[in-house]
Design a protein around this ligand. Sequence first.
Ligand SMILES: [Ca+2]
Ligand SMILES: [Ca+2]
Ligand SMILES: [Ca+2]
Ligand SMILES: [Ca+2]
Length: 353
Amino acid sequence: MISMKTFLFILFFLSLSLSAQNISKYNFKHHDLTLPIDNRGILADTDLYEYTDQMRYKSKPVIYSSGFMLSGLANDSLLWVNGVITVERNEDYVPGSYKHSEFDSLAKIYVLKNSDAPFGDSWQNWKDAVKLGADFYDGDNDGLYNPVDKNSNGKWDTDEDRPDLLGDQTAWCVYKDAVPNGDRNFFNSQPVGIEIQQTVFASSINESFENTIFVRYRIENTGIISDNLDSVYFSVYSDPDLGLYKDDLVGCDTLIDAGYVYQTIQDSSFMENTPSVIIQFAQGPISFLSGETFIDHNNNGIFDSTDTPLSVGYNNKGSVLGSDKITGAVNLRMTSFSNFLPFTNWTNNAYFR
Ligand SMILES: [Ca+2]
Ligand SMILES: [Ca+2]
Ligand SMILES: [Ca+2]
Ligand SMILES: [Ca+2]
């Protein structure tokens, strides 16, 4: 029997609602996992130091490349597609924000650790992340991020500001779909005005989380290019390699909104400790669906005060910022999964989509 005691999880939180690039990279470490990332949406497939150019478990590869794909209709008619899929040369995002473009030179990866001193350097540096739109806890409720130890006790108190640190460690960045048409793999796809706040975080709050890295995407149509983006699909994309990629198998589990990659034989690199990788949607985007999540009494297609809610959606923002409860809505779940064989001489190689 093959032992597959180890399960690695990547959980995705979603919420919908060019010039010279300033590339910043970070090797996110959590127990036995390492995940190199950059500030334009690339997960795993980015060089930092020798042997960091993949997501690794106990120094051995588990994911070669990961990112996402988005598609939809702009202004009800124009079909667009973009994404970050390095193995297919789709790299359609650049560091920075449409809404706060005057601060694009600050658009790097901001790292917060639970072990950082309260009000220390990482909390002060977060001021620049806030300029680019990052969340913070506004303890004194003045609308500004000003991390000051008001009572000088060396500790954070609830009436003092703090950054949006989730779990043990948080790495935040923002990027936008500003790569021009001529530099894209999808030749007819133009920037449509999407910006994405990406938060990679990890926690040790329980044992299973020691093998888990979370990725939260906050995807926004800024309205700067397209008034309306409709029928939008978001896909997690991943090119996993459990050690040697040729014997990897793939599947999905609709009950837990997850895709996974596994082996039925020992991997020649991991041997008896061959892991499985599970990529799970932990919190889908909020959606209001007439007739499903609310009864639309006034028939305007919008959930408003005269309507009857049928369900509740949630936006979990961590232990400090808490959770929003959104009545009349639902968190969307995984609706499809596919694996993909891009090159005929590869066998059993799989993608999550
Ligand atoms: Ca404040
Ligand atoms: Ca204090
Ligand atoms: Ca393998
Ligand atoms: Ca209504």
